[in-house]
Design a protein around this ligand. Structure first.
Ligand code: KIV
Length: 277
């Protein structure tokens, strides 16, 4: 069944949990769709996972469109959200609408996501008014890493918790149909999820959210340099890949791969005629 804004809102109403994963390419999108994941996020985390940057700040609109369109080509039923990269919406409401429009027109995605609460209310309102569904993102917002002084849990103090709750009300009021809560204490995320009518999607925000999102390379154990506390490895695909690469390397060097079965045939006569050429 096709996932839509209406079906995702209905899931919250019925108390059904929503699954979301990041995704950055066609073949992974096909596999995630086969698995029945409700939403794919073409996150600007592709700056870290696909492009090797230390944070998401260098990611461009063209990067998002390139990966976003590939993911959309792999999906029929899955709802695809495309992240708005750093500085594609902060400077003005005009920028926000034009860039959100570009992301949707040039990828075929279903919605855009942008970071921030009260500070981006006008942008959320204008993008929504243009007919583009918006997912908001509050709590620890990675594009503000330099303001936070690192990727740290947000909302532990009374003032911060009150601000995050207000951000949640603000983005809902501005028209966002869903909100990602990143790295906030479980009890705060639970309270926000109970207070809002739109679905909350948590990452490092505990079990009380209406849905969950993880970066796919994290949940498959493909990144082991730094594993955040909130990540669970659902498989150790990283180890399996390294073993397969080793086996390939050994077989190529030992002349075991390719075997006869992996080659293509030609008539001997043709080869014989080439002998004196
Ligand atoms: O870019 C991203 O992957 C995200 C998730 C961490 C929510 O924004």
């Amino acid at each position: 069944m096709k996932n839509t804004v209406a079906s995702l809102m209905k899931m919250k109403e019925k108390g059904e949990k929503i699954s979301m994963l990041t995704c950055y390419d066609y073949s992974t999108a096909r596999l995630m769709e086969d698995a029945g994941v409700n939403m794919l996020l073409v996150g600007d985390s592709l700056g870290n996972t696909m492009l090797g940057y230390p944070d998401t700040l260098a990611v461009t609109m063209d990067d998002m469109i390139h990966h976003g369109a590939a993911v959309v080509r792999g999906c029929k039923e899955t709802f695809v959200v495309i992240d708005m990269p750093f500085m594609s919406y902060q400077a003005s409401v005009y920028d926000a609408v034009v860039n959100a429009g570009r992301l949707i027109k040039e990828t075929g995605g279903n919605a855009v996501k942008l970071e921030g609460g009260a500070a981006v209310k006008e942008q959320i309102r204008a993008i929504t008014d243009a007919g583009i569904p918006v997912v908001a993102h509050i709590g620890m917002t990675p594009q503000s890493v330099n303001t936070f002084g690192g990727f740290k849990v947000q909302g532990k103090s009374e003032a911060q918790a009150a601000q995050i709750l207000q951000d949640a009300y603000d983005v809902q009021e501005a028209g966002a149909f869903s909100v990602v809560l990143e790295c906030v204490p479980t009890k705060l995320a639970t309270l926000i999820s109970e207070r809002l009518t739109i679905p909350t999607i948590g990452i490092g925000a505990g079990e009380g959210c209406d849905g969950q999102v993880l970066v796919w390379q994290d949940m498959l154990g493909m990144f082991k340099d730094y594993v955040p506390k909130f990540v669970k490895h659902f498989a150790n695909v990283g180890d399996t890949m390294v073993q397969a690469f080793k086996d390939y390397d050994e077989e190529v060097k030992a002349g075991i791969f390719p075997a006869e079965a992996h080659g293509f045939k030609i008539d001997d006569e043709i080869i014989e005629k080439l002998a004196d050429k």
